[in-house]
Design a protein around this ligand. Structure first.
Ligand SMILES: *[C@@H]1O[C@H](CO)[C@@H](O)[C@H](O)[C@H]1NC(C)=O
Ligand SMILES: *[C@@H]1O[C@H](CO)[C@@H](O)[C@H](O)[C@H]1NC(C)=O
Length: 537
């Protein structure tokens, strides 16, 4: 009899242990140190931290880590949230020094509002700012100790996916991963949680903390959830993200652009949002409802993600209907946050921490690296009609199919370089978002990109990537994410500044700072027929 009771007791303990572990690890992509997790859970609850560098405005994708934090709390974990203010600066000054304190205040308010919105009791969490302890004597000495065990190679490798990669990397980017490792020790946690993009930093921490006689920690990694509006989850391309303060009509507008193909469940940001946010946050008995007119199958409800995903894969759920439900879910999540942010103090803070670009101007480094090649809208075009310009000998007037409803009129100075027969039906590479300009009375809505050498003058239109069709997008390798500008700002000379680094190289490839111009569809490179080391313009 007593034996039996003990067995039952053990079974109950094992079940709660199992349940805690399940909650802690569900939806994660990877866990490093699972055995240690099992050991700790046998005797006590886990201590864990999540850090966020206080850079760009947090947006709806931040609900993904937030809902994991809710899981950790449900599993009894002691959770610390680190506002990594120093890190925000070390990462290529993403937060300018003079805005650092304001951004940290904004993050604190925004993250707390998000947690409130999803029903997480704030008093159960610990909030810490990096500079509260990262400037102490002990910590500083440890940074120096760390910097004499970590090799430069390892520090660079560790930061490769997190620290912004630039042409002239700063020393600060090498310090970043080491500080993050030390944070684990100074926050007195068993585990760190982050996106899988942090993996190299995590493994570096595992390698080097023991060399300073500190314990190796457990690491939990969320998958990189595809963004709702394209690109990976990052706060750096504000316009393309759904901001916490976006009103319902903005949410609708941005969600409209979300990639969500009928039946396609890979890279589907809308579906992923339900998996990582909507379902995990549902209370017992709640369902995810798709509302449809009776002639479209009527309403359906789902209690788990797997069934919703299967139905979507079978095209039983239309992307439009899914988006409507997700839009509702997002608005429900945002409403309480926006209520909190009605506070005039917070409105003032929002304005100060993220001054609109025009006001930030002249403040020097607040717009670091504003000009990236993802601003360019480059597409494959097919010349469907071509004629000589009525008033200019050197110019052709082309009608180019760019995958839009109507072909665009584009004027190019190619008469002396390409015979008119070779222009007809030719596939070309077109810069589509130049400000339209009249050329001798004919408005040109774009530019055919060519390799060009001045002495002696030679010009050759670029060759589109193999297997391309009109309208296919061309992106610069390494800069695939981010929406191109509607129109490249002529006052800021965006095109001119990017153009200086556009060239063809020795192997006839079109490159920007050495990165290929590739088809977004099939990855093939843009090339030129014969002109090596020429400017592209
Ligand atoms: C689904 O979308 C992804 C991302 O664009 C694409 O790579 C994949 O080929 C699509 N799958 C199907 C079955 O169409
Ligand atoms: C041309 O650029 C591509 C992409 O960077 C590179 O792979 C190739 O090696 C370059 N060719 C030469 C000869 O430098």
């Amino acid at each position: 009899m007593p034996n039996q009771r003990i067995e039952v007791l053990i079974a109950i303990i094992m079940a709660t242990l199992g349940e805690k572990k399940l909650l802690i690890t569900r939806n994660l992509q990877e866990v490093l140190g699972e055995e240690k997790l099992n050991e700790i859970l046998k005797t006590r609850d886990l201590k864990i931290y999540w850090g966020t560098a206080t850079t760009g405005r947090p947006h709806v994708a931040y609900f993904v880590p937030m809902s994991k934090i809710a899981d950790f709390l449900k599993a009894g974990c002691e959770v610390t949230i680190l506002f990594a203010d120093l890190h925000a600066y070390l990462d290529n000054m993403k937060a300018p020094w003079e805005l650092l304190a304001l951004r940290t205040q904004y993050y604190e308010a925004a993250i707390k509002a998000m947690l409130t919105s999803i029903g997480v009791p704030l008093e159960k969490l610990k909030f810490v700012r990096g500079t509260e302890y990262q400037l102490s004597k002990e910590y500083t000495l440890d940074v120096y100790r760390m910097s004499s065990v970590i090799t430069e190679h390892d520090a660079k490798k560790a930061g490769a996916e997190v620290v912004k990669q630039v042409d002239h990397p700063l020393l600060s980017g090498l310090l970043y991963p080491g500080l993050q490792a030390l944070d684990e020790e100074y926050l007195k946690v068993d585990a760190q949680f982050g996106g899988v993009d942090q993996r190299k930093i995590f493994t570096m921490a595992e390698k080097y903390l023991p060399q300073l006689n500190y314990a190796k920690r457990i690491h939990f990694m969320n998958p990189m959830v595809p963004g709702l509006t394209g690109g990976k989850m990052s706060a750096s391309e504000e316009d393309s993200k759904i901001d916490l303060l976006d009103n319902p009509s903005n949410v609708k507008k941005k969600l409209k652009k979300a990639f969500c193909e009928p039946g396609n469940i890979t890279e589907n940001g809308v579906l992923s949002f339900t998996k990582h946010v909507v379902f995990p946050l549902m209370k017992p008995g709640e369902t995810f409802k798709i509302c449809r007119a009776p002639e479209h199958g009527g309403n359906v409800e789902y209690t788990d993600f797997e069934h919703l995903e299967a139905a979507f894969a079978k095209e039983e759920i239309h992307p439009g209907d899914l988006k409507v439900s997700v839009e509702q879910a997002i608005n429900n999540l945002l409403a309480p946050i926006q209520e909190i942010f009605k506070d005039p103090k917070l409105q003032e803070l929002t304005k100060k921490a993220y001054p609109p670009p025009s006001k930030a101007k002249g403040k020097g480094n607040t717009e670091v690296d504003d000009i990236t090649p993802s601003k360019l809208d480059i597409r494959v075009g097919r010349i469907v009609d071509v004629s000589r310009h009525p008033d200019a000998d050197a110019l052709y007037v082309e009608k180019i199919d760019l995958g839009e409803e109507d072909p665009r009129t584009i004027v190019s100075g190619l008469v002396n370089f390409v015979p008119i027969e070779e222009m007809q039906n030719r596939d070309v590479v077109v810069l589509c978002n130049l400000k339209p300009a009249k050329m001798r009375g004919v408005e040109s809505k774009g530019m055919v990109l060519c390799a060009s050498i001045d002495e002696p003058k030679q010009v050759e239109p670029l060759l589109p990537p193999q297997g391309s069709n009109p309208g296919d997008k061309i992106v610069i390798e390494g800069y695939e994410t981010g929406e191109p500008d509607d129109v490249l700002n002529p006052k800021k000379k965006v095109w001119e500044k990017l153009q200086v680094d556009l060239k063809t190289n020795d192997s006839l490839m079109a490159v920007w700072q050495g990165n290929k111009l590739i088809s977004k569809i099939n990855g093939n490179p843009t090339t030129t027929k014969s002109m090596k080391n020429a400017q592209i313009k």
